[in-house]
Design a binder for this molecule. Structure first.
Ligand code: 4NP
Length: 154
């Protein structure tokens, strides 16, 4: 059995966008019987919400589409850059923070929008201070990126 590939979604708080990425991709991975081969995690660049479940608005929006978000918020660690194969930042601020803390690990560090068709938004907008449509938009972008992410990992 080969070593599983590990992917880490990263946003600011790890309670809205990146746990949504984790929940959606983990769902697709499980549906395709790939759970032994691909491990999906998420983390935040900030520390404010460590230990918390995802924002109830994210959890509800995800649940309506059949995804369960039940990870606990954690902060990105420098060891993640070696532990993971792929680190996916939700926006350019997250990417900048990640690049600044990258000790030179194995992981490819990139943006979610690298897995979207040309012309798509570059950043996954932070839905935290906005209305319900923001949470749907986050899920739309993640769902649209899943296939290309899987193609890179399989
Ligand atoms: P996320 O959203 O980065 O998608 O988890 C945020 C959640 C909380 C905060 C910022 C962004 N905050 O400042 O508490």
């Amino acid at each position: 059995m080969t070593k599983p590939k590990r992917v880490l979604f990263v946003c600011l708080g790890n309670i809205c966008r990146s746990p949504s990425g984790e929940g959606v991709l983990a769902h697709v991975v499980a549906e395709r019987g790939l759970s032994q081969r691909i491990q999906v995690e998420s983390a935040g660049t900030g520390a404010w919400h460590i230990g918390e479940l995802p924002d109830p608005r994210s959890r509800q929006a995800a649940a309506r589409r059949g995804y369960r978000l039940d990870s606990r918020a954690q902060q990105v660690q420098s060891a993640d850059f070696d532990r993971c194969d792929l680190i996916i930042a939700m926006d350019r601020d997250n990417l900048k923070t990640l690049r600044a803390m990258d000790p030179g690990g194995r992981a490819r560090v990139c943006l979610l929008s690298d897995f979207l068709p040309p012309g798509s938004p570059i950043d996954v907008p932070d839905p935290y201070y906005g209305g319900p449509l923001g949470f749907e938009h986050v899920l739309d972008l993640i769902e649209a990126a899943c296939e290309a992410i899987l193609a890179e990992l399989t």
